[in-house]
Design a protein around this ligand. Structure first.
Ligand SMILES: [Zn+2]
Length: 269
């Protein structure tokens, strides 16, 4: 079987071809949404399996991130505006669970930050003076999510298990990958806090992203790179050596064997 578009995107990242990765993440997003590949395969994402659309949204976000890292700001904004449109439709017309709907607002915040959506609209007139207002609008999206999480958590049976279900996992995956191997990591425990019974347990997610995601996005813009995700990993595997850092920290992902730190293909010893 041919690799799916998510795997193709990951291979493109390993090839350091950000434009191709962005295109393949775009294809993965729509293929997933259409129910023909990745987590959407065989599922109705505009119907009874709508919460799996969280993964389609994560691929649109990663497409936007790859375009941003590649300096293609207009295309990044286009993907992220498309992501906002899909998320708002799911939120208002498709998803039933209030936690899933709150998660859509969290996605809107992510898309606004990754796509730098306002600045792209104001292109040509935008100056540094607008940044503060953009940040305020981004903050408003995350506050909407935090308020919705608090209201929904008060009535939810088990917010802890919801946090590992598809919408929440999709909303975690993109930012976690964008922040990988940078100085602004996104770890699960940091994002959720320590008390699953607290009203703030899920509301912490958007607030954490608001404080952390802009710096992670700056990181990919500065380095011009988005690392592939973490797959199966092994420390000190003597069979494999990284030609770049010369260590043996292995990450197996999308059929490739790459360095956990440098994301370059490893050499078999
Ligand atoms: Zn390395």
């Amino acid at each position: 079987m041919a690799r799916n578009h998510r795997d193709e995107a990951i291979v493109a990242l390993i090839d350091r071809d950000l434009a191709r990765a962005a295109d393949d993440y775009t294809r993965a997003a729509y293929g997933t949404l259409a129910g023909v590949e990745c987590e959407g395969d065989g599922r109705d994402l505009l119907g009874e399996n709508a919460r799996w659309a969280g993964f389609a949204l994560s691929y649109l976000l990663l497409a936007g991130a790859c375009y941003r890292a590649n300096g293609e700001n207009d295309r990044a904004a286009a993907r992220c505006r498309a992501g906002i449109a899909v998320a708002r439709d799911l939120q208002s017309a498709v998803l039933a669970d209030p936690l899933d709907r709150a998660c859509c607002a969290e996605f809107v915040g992510d898309f606004r930050v990754v796509g730098d959506v306002d600045s792209a609209i104001d292109a040509g007139t935008d100056t540094d003076g607008d940044n503060e207002m953009d940040a305020e609008r981004n903050a408003a999206a995350y506050e909407e999510a935090a308020d919705a999480y608090e209201a929904a958590t008060a009535k939810a049976d088990d917010p802890l298990s919801w946090a590992s279900e598809p919408m929440a996992s999709g909303a975690y995956r993109g930012p976690h990958q964008i922040a990988r191997n940078g100085s602004h990591s996104f770890e699960w425990d940091e994002m959720h806090g320590s008390d699953p019974d607290s009203l703030a347990y899920l509301a912490r997610r958007p607030r954490f992203k608001r404080s952390r995601l802009p710096a992670a996005v700056e990181g990919i813009v500065e380095t011009g790179y988005v690392h592939p995700p973490r797959g199966t990993t092994e420390h000190n595997n003597a069979t494999w050596r990284c030609p770049n850092c010369e260590r043996s920290e292995v990450n197996w992902i999308a059929g490739e064997t790459i360095c956990l730190d440098c994301s370059v293909r490893m050499e078999e010893q």
